[in-house]
Design a protein around this ligand. Structure first.
Ligand code: PPS
Length: 324
């Protein structure tokens, strides 16, 4: 009798680590992983096993160019949306937003704006940058100090947690092994979330944006959602490519917002049917995109515990989250 075994999707395979990396992992604190087996605390940040090697390669080898634009988020803070908005905005001279086969209609935003540690340097590979045009649009979830322009997007941590919990369970479904909300909430509160602690991540970039306002733009998803056009114009000005009067008259900013809306993008064939080279289905990145979904899941006890942590961590920083 033969037993047929299907191999796990690529994003769950963890057997490609170098001996050197395995040795390093054996010295680091570890906790249960949200998606893969474990997460390791590397330089104060919780990183899934699979991404450690790429993280180190990115840190050691990446050479920034002055014109680079780097998008930074914690996972599930609306990274996809930021990539969606930035790509057509920055490339609007090359690809008119009104063009029929705009790259956004045929490619997933994570392919158009790749992650440094997850994709370009994945497994310690040497990336090929020759196909990139200037300015290079790159993304990271890492703590990263650079001389290039950084755009940081954060989202209220309650919705970020719910989004991460759903996403992780969705990806773990292949293992028939989903995580309970209680267990993951406890980890999240301890700071053990992917690239967490989330509070350190957010505070680091919040401070950088105050110290270097020309280099680091700090955006909040809830503010972008409330006044998208104002925030898109702010983004364009920060990146020194403001919309001209002619573009204003033609409705370029409005068209970017329409094109990048959840309703429009999630319906596209590429985002409904295709998968990323790393194996995740594109549709996993489009769930609801709403503010306040946490209310459908949090108990009063979870809410109070979370509020208390937020109060402690962000006290005196001047940073306030909007939950509704
Ligand atoms: S990742 O893995 O870090 O890149 O994921 P990330 O993109 O940060 O988080 C996914 C959430 O973003 C929502 N999303 C959008 N919201 C608004 N508009 C658009 N176009 C859009 N695209 C994706 C997605 O639904 C996830 O949020 P939740 O709350 O889970 O729905």
């Amino acid at each position: 009798m033969t037993t047929s075994q299907t191999s796990p999707p690529k994003y769950l395979q963890e057997n490609t680590l170098s001996e050197e990396c395995k040795k390093l992992l054996s010295t680091l604190p570890k906790e249960k992983g949200w998606i893969g087996s474990y997460m390791y605390n590397y330089q104060g940040c919780w990183i899934p096993t699979k991404f450690i090697q790429g993280t180190i390669a990115f840190q050691q080898q990446f050479e920034a160019e002055d014109s680079d634009i780097v998008l930074v988020t914690t996972p599930k803070s609306e990274t996809t949306w930021l990539k969606l908005l930035l790509f057509p905005m920055v490339n609007r001279m090359k690809h008119s937003i009104f063009e029929q086969n705009h790259p956004l209609t045929v490619e997933n935003p994570h392919v158009l704006v790749p992650f440094l540690e997850h994709t370009l340097y994945f497994d310690g590979r040497v990336p090929e940058f020759s196909s990139f045009t200037s300015p290079r649009l790159l993304a990271t979830h890492m703590s990263f100090a650079s001389r290039t322009k950084l755009v940081y997007l954060c989202r209220n941590p309650k919705d970020t947690f719910i989004s991460m919990w759903h996403f992780a369970n969705n990806l773990r479904v292949h293992q028939k092994d989903t995580n309970s909300i209680e267990e993951m909430f406890d980890l999240f509160c301890k700071g053990v979330s992917i690239y967490g602690p989330i509070w350190d991540h957010v505070l680091d970039y919040w401070k950088q944006s105050i110290e270097k306002p020309n280099k680091v733009l700090f955006l909040m998803y809830e503010e972008v959602k409330e006044k998208p056009k104002v925030q898109l114009q702010r983004l364009a000005e920060f990146l020194e490519c403001p919309f001209s009067t002619e573009e204003e008259n033609c409705g370029v900013a409005d068209e970017i917002l329409r094109m990048c809306s959840f309703e429009n993008l999630s319906k596209l064939e590429v985002n409904k049917k295709k998968t990323l080279p790393s194996g995740e289905e594109n549709k996993a990145f489009f769930r609801k995109g709403e503010i306040g979904d946490w209310k459908n899941y949090f108990t009063e006890e979870m809410n109070q515990k979370h509020n208390h942590i937020i109060e402690q961590k962000f006290q005196g920083s001047g940073l306030k989250f909007s939950y509704i």
